[in-house]
Design a protein around this ligand. Structure first.
Ligand code: R1P
Length: 307
């Protein structure tokens, strides 16, 4: 930490930079594409008409703000997990005037044969699978749940209008790209209308077996599927985004899509050469979707971007 911060409740420095993502008013657009991976963010940023602002925070957040087809957008890399999503959504909300539209573009494991590696999932809602640490505790405080190793939540809906735009734009982008790919390279399909699950861990809460740890997780995926049979995707951020949007008092709207990296049904993994082809196509489709969102934004009136 270099700056003097004030307000322990919601820390900001004297210029108004928020604590963890290190941006202030005027540096984040009302339309945000968020990813986990910084390389993915920088690659997508090459599609912008111009870049007006860029910051890498000490806590692992990257913000790139510019214009796409003349419209202000930010591309923000946040790392992994619900906790980073919470920092990102709350701190972005604190420095942006007006409504915010966020689309997450992530990667995921697939729980359905309809979505093999190389396909793109656009969920209509998401839920969370959380390790119940009281189950593992010598002296649990919550008797009602002390015998349940993983807790599965109910659903949080994505924004319907944004999801519809994203699904249609994605389908068109993949269909247009496919004829130009080398023989044997297949991308897609777009699998929409199902659910995403956020695990609180890449390992235990996503049912990965790790003999070095006591996890009691061999049934966790089946338990989640029994509660939510239409689950397509398993990852770590998108359901949290939907949850926070739902709690934002109507000021944050969110949608999400994931390229399928891991096949959790047949234990396969995407090839790097397919990622190299798929990622820019999906990234562009997300930008094309974001600029179609009908969002009254003060920035559209002409903010001066500051470095
Ligand atoms: C795990 O490898 C990470 O990949 C997925 C998961 O949600 C988790 O963050 O998303 P990203 O590719 O967007 O990081």
């Amino acid at each position: 930490m270099k700056e003097t911060l004030t307000n322990a409740n919601f820390p900001q420095d004297a210029e108004g930079h928020v604590y963890h993502i290190s941006v202030k008013r005027g540096q984040v657009a009302n339309r945000i594409l968020t990813v986990g991976d910084h390389h993915r963010a920088r690659a997508i940023a090459k599609l912008l008409d111009r870049i007006d602002f860029e910051r890498s925070s000490q806590r692992g957040f990257l913000t790139i703000t510019g214009r796409y087809k003349g419209v202000p957008v930010s591309i923000m890399a946040i790392g992994m997990g619900n906790c980073m999503m919470d920092f990102f959504v709350r701190e972005s909300r604190a420095v942006v005037d007006g409504d915010i539209a966020i689309i997450r573009f992530g990667s995921c494991g697939s729980l359905t044969e309809r979505a093999p590696p190389g396909s793109v999932i656009v969920p209509k809602a998401g839920y969370c699978i959380r390790r119940n640490i009281d189950y593992f505790c010598d002296t649990p405080l919550m008797p009602a749940i002390q015998d349940i190793p993983y807790l599965v939540s109910g659903n949080f809906a994505a924004d319907e209008g944004m999801t519809d735009i994203l699904e249609k734009t994605m389908e068109q982008a993949l269909a247009e790209a496919q004829p130009h790919l080398d023989a044997g390279v297949t991308i897609g399909p777009v699998v929409a209308g199902g659910l995403n699950a956020d695990g609180c861990s890449f390992y235990s809460a996503q049912g990965r077996m790790d003999p070095q740890f006591w996890d009691d997780n061999k049934d966790v995926i089946q338990t989640a599927l029994a509660a939510h049979p239409t689950t397509d995707a398993l990852e770590m951020e998108t359901s949290m985004l939907f949850h926070l949007a739902q709690c934002s008092k109507g000021t944050v709207r969110a949608a999400g899509c994931m390229q399928v990296f891991a096949d959790r049904v047949n234990n396969g993994f995407i090839r790097p050469e397919v990622v190299a082809i798929l990622e820019p196509i999906v990234g562009k489709a997300v930008l094309d979707s974001l600029v179609q969102v009908d969002l009254e934004a003060m920035e559209e009136a002409g903010t001066v971007w500051e470095n």
